[in-house]
Ligand binder design. Structure first.
Ligand code: FE2
Length: 288
């Protein structure tokens, strides 16, 4: 492949790759360069790409050096693996999404997400990103001292309460009440970087603290995570492929409406969480 051109998307994370040709498999040199960039930048963006689901899945697994499953588990008869306001049974069809890392509530570690613009009419609602890695690095000393050694509990979805009762906000619930407690200073399993690992959408509280103190501390941590760094917005076009580290970066979006411009993005998960094989999330808006 011709020499790839790399352009930083923000001073903190993200790289746009120019001159990339999707080929299955990629040559070793290209793959190694992309892996290094992915680990350093947390997000790769390719524009004007013609690519199918096989290549998108291959690249998602190759970047984190894992083997894709022999049988594609995204083939779920109940749900298409697309985020869309037009396709029936799509993921997150409408609504606003608060910042989160997918599946933070699960014991399955979901390292990577990707979205590819299949059909994008303008003006398209962007996807927004912040860095949990940067948030940990810049966490003020007093807050760092309060969370060091502590665990947070993550549940399915607290969007409605957290958004102050915004009827547009979308909630996603699974059929059971899974939750998990993880260190707030969470060590990334692949890069070894420490993350500030809590999120607006799913973190219900800090373990072993009275509720009022837990709520106050979480508010201070959210304020730091979401208000002390620039938010990067990816503005979608057809043919965009965005691949990101689901742990190091959190994502969100403003409202999407069913009658708005078509916004259909093909999604991959790597590695595919075990729980996706048996469960299907239910999406709901309070105002719907
Ligand atoms: Fe998500």
């Amino acid at each position: 492949m011709a020499e790839l051109e790399v352009r930083d998307l923000t001073p903190l994370f993200g790289a746009e790759i120019i001159g990339f040709e999707p080929k299955l498999p990629l040559d070793d040199a290209t793959l190694q360069k992309l892996r290094t960039l992915f680990n350093e930048k947390g997000m790769l963006v390719f524009r004007n790409l013609e690519t199918d689901k096989d290549f998108q899945t291959y690249l998602s697994y190759a970047l984190i050096e894992k083997e894709p499953p022999a049988v594609d588990p995204t083939v779920n008869p109940k749900r298409e693996s697309v985020v869309s306001n037009k396709v029936e049974n799509a993921i997150a069809p409408v609504g606003r999404l608060l910042f989160h890392s997918d599946m933070m509530w699960s014991k399955d570690i979901l390292e990577l997400l990707s979205l590819y613009g299949l059909e994008v009419e303008q003006p398209a609602t962007p996807t927004m990103f912040v860095s949990a890695t940067h948030a940990w690095k810049t966490l003020p000393a007093d807050l760092r001292a309060r969370v060091e050694g502590r665990f947070a509990e993550h549940v399915h979805d607290l969007s409605y309460e957290r958004s102050g009762g915004d009827a547009d906000v979308l909630t996603a619930k699974f059929q059971d009440d899974d939750s998990v407690k993880l260190p707030i200073a969470y060590r990334h399993p692949r890069t070894g970087e420490t993350l500030l690992y809590i999120c607006q959408q799913m973190t219900s509280g800090i373990a072993d603290l009275p509720k009022a103190e837990s709520d106050e501390l979480l508010e201070a941590l959210f304020d730091h995570l979401y208000n002390s760094q620039p938010v990067f917005e990816h503005h979608w076009r057809k043919g965009d492929l965005v691949v990101w580290d689901n742990l190091a970066l959190q994502h969100a979006r403003p409202n999407v409406v069913a009658v708005g411009p078509a916004r259909t993005l093909r999604k991959t998960f790597a590695p595919m969480p075990e729980s996706f094989k048996t469960r299907t999330p239910q999406f709901a808006q309070a105002g719907a």
